[in-house]
Design a protein around this ligand. Structure first.
Ligand code: ADP
Ligand code: MG
Length: 694
């Protein structure tokens, strides 16, 4: 592919900027750097048409005179500009010397920018100016593209305008056509614009309709190849990896079910267990995502799945994202197993080296059946005798790399069950985990009352204190979550240290636990345990308690500065209560002044307890790139033009199309599919091999 360095207006310096800032080095990369917005520049205004709050204006006319005002750093340049009838001031604070050299009085210019007013006169700060004669030549009559750039690029004279000036002439040379990347049959079936036309129109649209057609095609192409890539990997994996076969449901599972299970399984739990049972007995390696709202009872499903492995002579591991959670799982599971006779151990960052060595030994000789821990359990030194299944709790907290390391623990990969309480909207799941089978627990254990959620302003503190007292006096426990550990001078937010003092003073009769991320693990654990055992009635904490913690007697969750938290996080925090039979409450405290998005978040939380509805709303409000839990691991493929919040329908079509093609030709070796394997190869040269990762 042609290097952009040789394009007119680029050169080695700008090429280096393109490469380092945006990863663009070939002409093709550049053409795939799509504009993020367009501004209609087909219309010229007159100066008398300027009104309050116009986003921009484009006028024709001449500069009458320049005026330098002020000295040194306060210097500015002002020019009187006329459209032949009225005048306006053009103002520069920077680049004064450059402006004076470049622009002259008495020349016909096109001026573009946002009008503002100052001292009763209209003006435009740092306007865009082009000689009238050049305007058409730079492709600027019509919808003008705007390109993403970075600060570094801007200071290297590579702003959106400069990119536009590089791309416009390039497109003229394309008219003969670039090689098509989609099979003709798909172009025809979905009436898609061809690639050449699409590239031309996405950068410099002939009109709004053409732009729309171009974007449709490019979006489809993007989504289609992502799906094709994911699905082909899945096929490949199915063909190349055998899965351990758990042929029987045996002693441990059955005894546990008959004699140890403290309650009846919900219908959803039973269904999911059957799905898992089918997977692990099939001879294929399981890769299953278990979605279930907070409190839906995923831990039990995990435990019973692990017993299937143990019954078949395998070891299993359960990995949790935090020490608190790993500890809790360990306690819960050890408690539930009682004297069933299955060896369980805990491995975290705080496990002493002596105990650790002993544990390693028991893993290697196969004595230890269930290992529970943090990511400490995927360290290289940990070796299993025969690891048959791994469960990953709250999987969104883990990076993809960590998950992939599990694969290296065996020659043959273990069955993998990943669990999440952050329900992932369908479209996102299809992109992120397109190769996973999905199970859903869509039913809460019986007897739970929906949590009541209220949004209060911070001036309601007195009422809130009364409410806390009332709840504690009838035997309940209360969480209070703060956005900060310590007071910050920069931000006017409630902090945990002050909050702790305030609570201790306000409620001298109660005992208070304090948990945050800066505490030593042992101290955290001690504070947690005091709350779990009911010795303390109130827990002040940061979001370290967000994930998984289970104290059924806690019935109130108070979130200070709730405006600081995202929807997924708020929902997770709320999920810490409502785990017992009592009515639970969640109180969202905020300041008075709220941005409209924040207000919407509060309203959604008050309106619904449904995690799926919340995550859909989150996707709409924030866009997929920001969706909590995905920014860490990132989307496996960068989306340049498609938008998962908006293009769900198209994604489904793309996925179905890709599936049909692979059904017919799993290895894409038919002649007419050459174009597909060629494109996939191109995509995969830069991408990590996501297909082998859960
Ligand atoms: P999560 O899905 O959020 O991980 P947990 O596994 O922590 O939920 O379960 C939440 C609570 O519900 C626990 O106290 C657990 O013992 C209880 N629970 C799980 N399944 C059932 C059931 N079928 N009936 C009654 N309680 C259950
Ligand atoms: Mg859990």
């Amino acid at each position: 592919m042609q290097d952009i360095k040789y394009l007119p207006g680029v050169g080695p310096k700008k090429a280096a900027l393109f490469a380092s800032e945006l990863g663009i080095s070939s002409v093709e990369d550049l053409l795939r750097h799509y504009p993020y917005k367009y501004v209609d520049r087909s219309r010229f205004y007159y100066l008398h048409e300027i009104t309050e709050n116009m986003p921009y204006i484009q006028v024709k006319g001449q500069i009458l005179k320049f005026d330098k005002i002020g000295e040194g750093r306060n210097q500015r340049l002002s020019a009187i500009f006329t459209d032949g009838r009225e005048t306006i001031d053009l103002v520069w604070f920077q680049g004064i010397k450059y402006v004076l050299e470049k622009y002259k009085t008495g020349v016909d210019y096109v001026v573009f920018g946002k009008p503002t007013s100052y001292n009763g006169r209209h003006n435009i700060l740092h306007p865009e100016i082009d000689p009238l004669t050049q305007q058409a030549a730079s492709g600027q009559l019509g919808l003008q593209p705007f390109y993403n750039t970075t600060e570094k690029m801007k200071s290297g004279f590579l702003n959106s305008k400069a990119i536009q000036k590089i791309i416009f002439p390039l497109l003229q040379t394309l008219k003969n056509g670039v090689p098509e990347t989609l099979p003709a049959i798909l172009l025809k079936r979905y009436a898609l614009m061809n690639l050449t036309e699409s590239l031309i129109n996405v950068h410099f649209p002939k009109n709004a309709h053409a732009l729309n057609k171009a974007r449709q095609r490019l979006k489809f192409e993007e989504l289609f190849y992502i799906q094709l890539s994911i699905l082909r990997q899945t096929k490949w994996r199915e063909q190349n990896f055998r899965g351990f076969i758990f042929g029987q449901i045996g002693h441990y599972f059955n005894t546990f079910y008959k004699d140890y299970l403290p309650f009846e399984l919900t219908g959803a739990q039973k269904r999911v267990l059957r799905e898992i049972r089918t997977d692990v007995g099939s001879g294929k390696q399981m890769n299953r995502l278990l979605q279930g709202d907070v409190g839906s009872g995923k831990t039990l499903v995990a435990l019973m799945s692990m017993l299937m492995a143990v019954d078949n002579g395998f070891q299993t591991a359960l990995m949790a994202p935090t020490e608190i959670l790993a500890n809790q799982h360990f306690e819960t599971i050890r408690g539930m197993l009682g004297n069933l006779g299955v060896e369980v151990a805990l491995l975290t960052g705080s496990t002493r080296s002596k105990a650790r060595e002993e544990l390693h030994e028991r893993l290697r000789n196969g004595e230890l059946k269930i290992l529970i821990g943090t990511h400490a359990l995927i360290e290289d030194t940990v070796q299993f005798a025969n690891l048959g299944m791994v469960v990953i709790d709250e999987q969104h907290r883990f990076g993809v790399e960590q998950r992939s390391r599990l694969w290296k623990k065996n020659i043959q990969p273990p069955h993998i069950l990943v669990m999440t309480a952050t329900p992932i909207p369908r479209t996102l799941a299809m992109t992120l985990y397109g190769d996973l089978s999905v199970s859903v627990i869509d039913e809460l254990p019986p007897g739970r009352k929906p949590i009541q959620t209220y949004h209060y302003y911070q001036n309601k503190r007195q009422e809130l204190n009364k409410f806390i007292a009332k709840q504690v006096n009838v035997g309940r426990q209360v969480y209070i979550v703060y956005p900060l550990i310590q007071e910050s001078e920069k931000m006017d937010l409630q902090d945990l240290e002050n909050g702790y003092n305030y609570i201790c003073e306000t409620f001298p009769q109660y005992k208070v636990s304090k948990v945050h991320g800066k505490l030593k693990a042992a101290e955290k654990d001690y504070q947690m345990q005091k709350f779990v055992s009911g010795e303390t009635q109130i827990m002040v904490a940061t979001t370290v308690i967000e994930v998984g913690v289970n104290v059924p007697n806690a019935s109130v969750m108070i979130i200070e500065n709730a405006e600081r938290f995202g929807l997924a996080q708020l929902h997770q925090l709320r999920g810490r209560v409502g785990r017992g039979a009592e009515q639970s409450f969640c109180i969202l405290l905020t300041g008075f002044k709220l941005a409209s998005d924040t207000r919407k978040r509060m309203d959604i939380m008050v309106r619904t307890n449904d995690g799926f509805e919340i995550s859909e709303a989150d996707l709409q409000l924030r866009g997929p790139g920001d969706l909590e839990g995905t920014q860490q691991s990132g989307l496996p493929f960068e989306l340049k033009i498609a938008n998962l919040a908006q293009d769900g329908k198209m994604l489904e079509i793309a996925r179905r199309t890709a599936m049909e093609i692979l059904e017919d030709d799993p290895t894409l070796s038919k002649q007419e599919h050459n174009i597909l394997s060629l494109q996939l190869k191109k995509m995969n040269t830069n991408a990590i091999n996501w297909g082998v990762i859960s």
